[in-house]
Ligand binder design. Structure first.
Ligand code: PRT
Ligand code: ZN
Length: 226
């Protein structure tokens, strides 16, 4: 953590929904890159700011380990890490510096179409399938509801039909996936979008100035987009 560096390193999604818009945003900030042959690392040409191209799920860990200084990631992914750390009484390692205006979605509880929804208490004793176990447990605790969390890494929406769970908690944008699986969103745990995540404490080396420069440019770009 105390490592001194004179280049700033930003983790972004290699592909997926946030990959292109993240690169476009950084390009608008005047950053340009030479890509390594393995397409994992991008070396900053005009500024000492490099990119690491990774799976979105790895970004909070890369920030926590100090391997990367900044990350562009869904609030949902960042919040899941924070909830997991909070559950273990570990300190926060990353925080939201900016909201970026793309990758919008909600983390919703969805129930089978046939359910007559009366409110959160209806989840008592039920099985909730999700890829966001810490956020769901944190929410259940806040509501004072005892329910079982079934952790699934993908295809959460088919869990009720397979009998693996009674309801789900998953990301929703258009809602088409829920509808196709005879599920109906009933409440929102988190409104999400892509965010710029960064350190809780300010840098004390050359990265401090680079980060200030990047944030200044990004604020200019984001203001023009509004
Ligand atoms: O390979 P890698 O691990 O990096 O990618 P990934 O497959 O885990 O993530 P990816 O690219 O699918 O999503 C990256 C981020 O985009 C998420 O963490 C969210 O912050 C954001 N995002 C925005 C979404 C959606 N919208 C979204 N709709 N992530 C996932 N979905 C899913 C949704 O759960 C449903 O299954 O897309 C499907 C279609 O959604 P509907 O509601 O339009 O049908
Ligand atoms: Zn992922």
């Amino acid at each position: 953590p105390a490592a001194v560096r004179d280049r700033l390193r930003i983790a972004i999604q290699k592909s997926g929904r946030l990959g292109e818009p993240s690169r476009a945003l950084l390009a608008s900030c005047g950053l340009d890159f030479r890509e390594s042959r393995d397409r994992l690392f991008c070396y900053g040409e005009t500024l000492p700011i490099d990119l690491l191209l990774v799976r979105d799920d790895d970004i909070p860990g890369l920030l926590a380990d100090g391997v990367c200084d900044l990350g562009i990631v869904g609030r949902n992914v960042l919040a899941e890490q924070a909830a997991g750390r909070a559950a273990e009484a570990l300190p926060e390692v990353a925080r939201e510096l900016r909201t970026l205006g793309f990758g919008g979605c909600r983390l919703d509880i969805a129930v089978p179409d046939g359910w007559d929804w009366s409110g959160p208490a209806q989840l008592t004793g039920r099985r909730i399938a999700t890829s966001y176990p810490h956020l769901v447990r944190q929410w259940l605790e806040g509501q004072g509801i005892a329910a079982d969390v079934v952790l699934l890494s993908g295809s959460v929406e088919i869990a009720p039909r397979l009998g693996q769970a009674d309801v789900i908690c998953d990301l929703v944008s258009s809602g088409a996936t829920l509808a196709a699986n005879q599920l109906r969103p009933v409440l929102t745990l988190l409104q999400s979008e892509a965010v710029l995540a960064g350190p809780v404490r300010a840098f004390t080396d050359a990265r401090a100035e680079l980060m200030a420069l990047l944030l200044r440019r990004m604020d200019g770009v984001l203001r023009l987009r509004d």
